[in-house]
Write a protein that binds this ligand. Sequence first.
Ligand SMILES: [Zn+2]
Ligand SMILES: [Zn+2]
Length: 366
Amino acid sequence: MSAVMITRKVRKWEKLPGKNTFCCDGRVMMARQKGVFYLTLFLIVGTCALFFAFECPYLAVHLSPAIPVFAVLLFLFVIAMLLRTSFSDPGVLPRALPEEAMFIEMEIEAANGNVPTGQRAPPRIRNVQINNQIVKLKYCYTCKIFRPPRASHCSICDNCVDRFDHHCPWVGNCVGKRNYRYFYLFTLSLSMLTIYIFTFDIVHMVMREFLLFLIRRDTQFTVLEVLVCFFTLWSVVGLTGFHTYLISLNQTTNEDIKGSWSGKNRVQNPYSHKNIIKNCCEVLCGPTYPSVLSVVIAASAPFQNVVLRLQKTTAPLIPNEHTPDDAKPSIAASAEKSPSPREEHPPAPKVPPLASPETDVEDKTH
Ligand SMILES: [Zn+2]
Ligand SMILES: [Zn+2]
């Protein structure tokens, strides 16, 4: 008799200790607090249902049948973008496995040497050079990894997220590298849908004679729609305008809040192409990235250093220099003085002056 050993594939998301919930074999992912997301869904579906029920029949007969058709298409697009943003992996960076964490810890200890008792250990930071600017990689004490550039730890989801933008309770998920463009398309299409419904509500009211319209019972829902759209309009259109501004600069909300590239220390955004069209193309039409969470973890998987694996695609490591200033900023500036990637281990590396004062807003635990 031959014994058959059946081994089940275990994927990264199954071992993710963050506060996310998963279903459909890991294809659907959301934050645990979903109350505001259901409110968003209710407001969109409810307002559109009233519009289809009370406005569209009249407008289709007296104006054009294209009005409800376009409204349906726009509504479906908005819902598709909302669900895509809410249910997808925003770019979560899995925590280090115990062996990986142990190796990184040994590396840090070897680099820092023995810290005398009573003295504070130097900050855990590594430098990488991106477009002639030095960017600091911070160590996440929760995930036990050096975060890649632009990543941050979301205190609500309790995960590090690549190109972290912000945590959006309205969509019930983090917005990051993998779902930012869908989030932007959601806000853009929702702005268009709100303006569309608001405009045709007003048209409907005018066509049915305004004063007469207000006292009719069957048209009171139209007044409700106008009020919902009016108050939604300002926030949604404002949000879309803000993200259009960020995209044109190739900047994230997180970086904007921190003032990472505010320029007061002559720090410039190393990711910006200094061209609005190029920045928009990169953010909205750039390559899509596969989810790291679907990677299979085998019991006999060869040891991999998470840090090196992540940084392979970003930039060369620069020797770190622990100065007292290390504690505050995470980005250092300067083009000319920055050491070449080839100068891996010089006796006294010259690191350019530190610049942008950056505090980790999201990472409240550290
Ligand atoms: Zn983290
Ligand atoms: Zn989050």
